[in-house]
Design a binder for this molecule. Sequence first.
Ligand code: NAP
Length: 299
Amino acid sequence: MSYTLIDGKKVADIIRQQIHEDVQEWIARGNRPPRLQAVLIGNDPASKTYVQAKTKACKEVGIESNTAVIPDTISIKELKETISVYNKDDSIDGILLQLPLPAHLHPSKVIETMDFRKDVDGFHPMNVGRLAVGQPTFRSCTPAGILELFRYYSITTKGKNAVVVGASNIVGSPMAIMLSRENESGKATTTLCHKYTRDLTQHIIQADILIVAVGSPNLITGPMVKEGVVVIDVGINRVSDGSAPKGYKITGDCHFESVAEKASLITPVPGGVGPMTVAMLMKNTLLAAKKSIYPEEYL
Ligand code: NAP
């Protein structure tokens, strides 16, 4: 079967261009530029790269940003105090807490400290709860970006079998909520697989739409999927590769060649979901700025 490669970079560029125009219009109406406060704890190179990419994207769309680089020796009490300062600062619209955190800092406890109106990642229990009951909210950026890809490529979800593999709070679980909700981008019969799922293939083979977010290279292979499936590979894995200049290459969770052979549409890694995550963060930050001034208008 010949497949269509889902070009996340192209779609993200279109969305970012639109956000740039919206930000200009927002400023032209007499408002200050939206502002994002990023929090980077420790020296994890991948986290550093992600924060740099996000702050670069901010600059391109006209959002101001600042990054607090904090040593990983910070206590949970000190980190909560830092977040409280950002909560009270009216010049900050969105707070980005780059995950993962060092082991002694429990992400859910820190996230709970954040003002949910500044939670542009959509991780706060208030925002997750609103998502679950179908209320307007900040939606987690990666699954929200995937829905934008569906919109762009006219991939409908209504009545389809959607299978999500991986049940994290930031990708898999909110993705399953979005797909199963009674709204325009949902209405799919949704299965959420996790590491205790018995016989993963038995579920995956039923999928019209397959979303994989585990962090395990080659977890999904061609024989596990059905002909014509739409595949969204969220995984980002560094795999050793002596022929690559850096000694490694980035792959997803799917064995691309064998899965693509049976797919109708599939995302590449890199260049699929990643750019959409960043674009959605920009969108949420602009929304946070608007909501802070017009809370009723931008629900
Ligand atoms: P995570 O927090 O580690 O979650 C992975 C999930 O997969 C967990 O629920 C885990 O269960 C589950 N799992 C582990 N082994 C499994 C198996 N064999 N079968 C089914 N489920 C299994 O990771 P994440 O933050 O969701 O990210 C997942 C991947 O996506 C990573 O590679 C990450 O780098 C990537 N990612 C990409 C983007 C992007 O923009 N492209 C954004 C976010 C994440 P347990 O918790 O019980 O182990």
